[in-house]
Design a protein around this ligand. Structure first.
Ligand code: SF4
Length: 211
């Protein structure tokens, strides 16, 4: 049976973007097609995507909390256990880069338990069309694959938001959490005040101390 490499799975509160504040089970897939995840490769992998310089996500391997190699029904079962209520689970599949791992079979298994399936992607590869909500966080120079995106979230000022204005109807800038953070927040405020089609996203999970 096919298995999927999962770095970690946990119940939390979505901190960013359109669904910020929502109770959600996060499924973090293992691996990324921008950065290897090794400190010594940051400079090299910067040529693939700007985020290799500052990414702070641990996405290597399968040994995080709730991680492992699981078949699709096992992942769905573990999501139900973590959700722990009779209501429909909200599942956020993130990475690393989930498009290198997930497929329609996994999304189907999650739909079969009544879950809404959200995916956060750098947009470099096609995703199953059945995903319920796609958040694009572009990482140039990695190109963006032409598919449906429900929300675009641009790390600013590392990435130029206006390049991605046409990608989604719901648009956010989010301050780069690296280097001069206060200046990045200020630049986001100035950007949003000057661009009515854009909203401010903050990493509220960091403010409230959840993963
Ligand atoms: S695509 Fe995402 S996980 Fe991969 S290096 Fe960039 S920010 Fe990190």
């Amino acid at each position: 049976m096919k298995t999927y490499a999962i770095r970690e799975m946990f119940l939390t509160i979505q901190g960013e973007g359109h669904h910020a504040g929502s109770r959600a089970v996060f499924v973090r897939t293992s691996g990324c097609n921008v950065w290897s995840g090794r400190e010594e490769d940051r400079r090299r992998d910067r040529a693939r995507g700007v985020c290799a310089e500052w990414c702070d996500t641990e996405f290597r391997g399968t040994d995080g909390p709730g991680g492992g190699r699981f078949a699709a029904p096992e992942i769905a079962g573990r999501v139900l256990d973590l959700w722990a209520f009779a209501s429909s689970p909200l599942v956020v599949i993130t990475g690393g880069e989930p498009s290198i791992t997930i497929d329609a079979e996994l999304v189907d298994a999650l739909h079969q338990i009544g879950a809404r399936v959200h995916v956060e992607t750098n947009g470099s590869r096609p995703l199953p069309k059945s995903v319920d909500w796609v958040t694009l966080s572009p990482k140039p120079p990695m190109p963006v694959f032409n598919q449906r995106y429900d929300e675009v979230k641009v790390v600013y000022p590392a990435v130029d938001p206006l390049r991605y204005e046409g990608c989604a109807a719901v648009r956010f800038v989010q301050p780069l959490d690296h280097g001069d953070r206060a200046s990045h927040v200020d630049q986001c405020k100035v950007f949003v005040l000057g661009h009515p089609g854009w909203r401010l996203s903050l990493q509220t999970h960091k403010l409230i101390g959840v993963p």
